[in-house]
Design a protein around this ligand. Structure first.
Ligand code: C2E
Ligand code: MG
Ligand code: MG
Length: 412
């Protein structure tokens, strides 16, 4: 955790009373390192003059300003290689805010979310908290880039560790399985997340070694759970590049057989964006995996440019609706439309549907109402170390009984 007073925040708004108000709210929340600017130009000058120690970690940005509006400001931020995050603050309606969020994301500037004016301290506090966990990145400013050689050494040296995030049945609360999420336990940098090394692995031709290491560990873990009478379906993320050679198919079949895991209890999650480029070799491998009864899942659905025909041709068992269309879908019409469309498409193709990024009770209730099959997200559980899973299952069952299905008879 980073001290709140150490988080450098810049507030940009043309109205001086808003600046004062936000400053007061921030100060009450313990954020004391705050800079106020009443024009985009002034803010950009501060950022251009700053060095790694003084550049803001976070900008609270008003969209509607007379000289330079928020969207233009973001374009200049990109030119300056601004390394921090953004929160939008605006009186504009939901749709405009949504569109702006997409624009900012397209520029690859992390955006924590947006706040409607008048700003509620609780809502602001929640967004600021969501920044805190990744504050380590900001402390070191731009994310560290790892070389292929470092990553190769890490894979060979066993520095990759698997975390497992539970997936539960929405109708019953039953724990159905887990998704394997790779982490790099770096000797100097601590836990490194996949967005910092999967791309490197793909570009450097290391993704086969990486996936094999992750998969083998996941299957050994599946066997351990099986022996503890915890028959969990275990999902592993598979990169499109893994599906270029038959070698992968052979590896998957051999490892599962060796550990005594039934293919029905193994899920291979493939990301849609990459999936749709060159499909011939992958199509064959996926089809053969399916014939062997492995479960195939299309990951992050809704974020790429999927062709419905291909979706129909590849025999997926599961569709994972991307977290971007799940969290807050109950209160946001645009998200809701995409969520509903994905759900109904999956239904027509007879696929099981998993909603990712289920973060709060509202998200969970939407899944219940809409008949989604499985839920995954921090509302259920963050990714856990394998030894944490049995204890979490106990707590989850208790929560199912007392909080989520209090009046019903729950199947264990
Ligand atoms: P994914 O497969 O879509 O995995 C879900 C990601 O969402 C995970 O991020 C998880 O920690 C995060 N998440 C879970 N619940 C919530 C929530 O409620 N809210 C929010 N905002 N996020 C949530 P993580 O672990 O950082 O992984 C990122 C991506 O990296 C994964 O996305 C997956 O595509 C990729 N990845 C992870 N492990 C592997 C791997 O072993 N091989 C390959 N090829 N890719 C991997
Ligand atoms: Mg996945
Ligand atoms: Mg996903």
């Amino acid at each position: 955790m980073v001290e709140r007073s150490a988080v450098k925040i810049l507030v940009l708004d043309d109205e001086s009373f808003m600046l004062k108000l936000l400053n007061r709210i921030l100060s009450n929340l313990g954020y004391s390192s705050v800079t106020l600017c009443d024009s985009g130009r002034a803010a950009l000058e501060k950022i251009a003059d700053a060095d790694a120690d003084t550049v803001p970690n976070l900008i609270l940005l008003d969209l509607n300003m007379p000289e330079m509006d928020g969207i233009e400001f973001v374009r200049h931020l990109v030119d300056l290689h601004y390394p921090g995050s953004l929160i939008l603050v605006s009186g504009e309606d939901e749709r405009i805010l949504q569109t702006t969020v997409k624009l900012v994301r397209a520029h690859k500037i992390p955006i924590l979310g947006y706040l409607h004016k008048p700003v509620k301290p609780d809502a602001l506090s929640e967004l600021l908290e969501s920044w805190a966990p990744s504050a380590a990145d900001a402390a070191g400013m731009a994310k560290k880039v790892y070389t292929a050689a470092e990553l190769r050494a890490a894979i060979e040296g066993g520095q990759l560790v698997n975390y497992y995030q539970p997936k539960v049945a929405v109708a019953t609360g039953e724990v159905v399985g887990v998704e394997t999420l790779a982490r790099w336990r770096h000797p100097a940098d601590g836990i490194v997340f996949p967005d910092q090394f999967i791309g490197v692995a793909e570009a450097a031709g290391l993704i086969d070694d990486l996936t094999k290491a992750v998969f083998a560990e996941a299957m050994a873990q599946a066997k351990a759970w099986q022996e503890m009478q915890l028959p969990l379906r275990v999902a592993v993320n598979v990169s499109m590049d893994n599906l270029a050679s038959l070698d992968f198919l052979k590896f998957v079949a051999e490892v599962t057989a060796k550990e005594g895991i039934a293919p029905q209890n193994v899920v291979l999650e493939v990301t849609e964006t990459k999936l749709m480029q060159d499909t011939r070799a992958p199509l064959e491998i996926l089809t053969r995996l399916r014939l062997k009864r492995f479960r195939l899942s299309i990951d992050d659905f809704g974020t790429g440019h999927s062709s419905l025909a291909q979706l129909r041709d590849i025999p997926f068992d599961e569709l994972k609706i991307d977290q971007g269309f799940v969290h807050r879908a109950s209160v946001d019409e645009t998200l809701r439309a995409i969520y509903d469309a994905s759900l109904s498409l999956a239904r027509q193709l007879n696929m099981e549907v998993v909603a990712e990024g289920v973060q709060d009770r509202e998200d969970w209730d939407l899944l219940r109402r809409s008949g989604c099959d499985l839920a995954q997200g921090t509302f259920v559980s963050r990714p856990l170390l394998p030894e944490e899973i049995p204890g979490w299952i106990e707590l989850w069952r208790e929560r199912v009984r007392t909080e989520l299905f209090p009046t019903e008879d729950v199947k264990e």
